[in-house]
Design a protein around this ligand. Structure first.
Ligand SMILES: CC(C)(COP(=O)(O)OP(=O)(O)OC[C@H]1O[C@@H](n2cnc3c(N)ncnc32)[C@H](O)[C@@H]1OP(=O)(O)O)[C@@H](O)C(=O)NCCC(=O)NCCS
Length: 101
């Protein structure tokens, strides 16, 4: 679990889950709506991917995103994630880039 602190106030969290020897899923929620659309999620996702691959030694990080969640798709897309597979009707999985460590 990771926290996003701005001016010492917790604005959101992100976590790695379903961690295996090769991969993990990432989830993120910024509960301070006043900071949405400023690139915080994109930066947080990038940092956690670097940690997951560089420090945990995973090969990839995945995220499951609801199709109608445009903001989430925007953040993961800007962080370099690309569509991987369609899990179900409304959930698509995106996969991390190979980050420059
Ligand atoms: C999803 C969430 C984490 C995004 O956080 P954020 O800090 O606002 O994201 P970023 O600013 O890094 O990037 C969002 C991108 O999507 C774009 N975007 C947001 N809403 C959009 C919309 N309705 N239409 C098109 N693009 C949109 C933003 O403009 C931005 O891209 P840009 O910088 O090129 O303009 C945040 O909205 C949130 O916590 N939502 C509630 C929980 C949630 O949905 N979590 C994700 C579950 S997978």
């Amino acid at each position: 679990m990771f926290g996003l602190f701005i001016d010492d106030v917790l604005r959101g969290t992100s976590r790695l889950h379903d961690i295996s020897s090769e991969s993990a899923y990432i989830g993120i929620a910024l509960f301070d709506r006043s900071i949405w659309g400023q690139g915080w999620a994109t930066r947080m996702i990038r940092k956690i991917v670097r940690f997951a691959i560089g420090s945990l030694g995973l090969k990839k990080v995945l995220a499951g995103i609801e199709k109608e969640n445009i903001a989430s798709q925007g953040a993961f897309n800007k962080a370099g994630f690309r569509p991987n597979q369609l899990l179900s009707h409304d959930l698509k999985v995106v996969v991390s880039p190979s980050p420059r460590l």
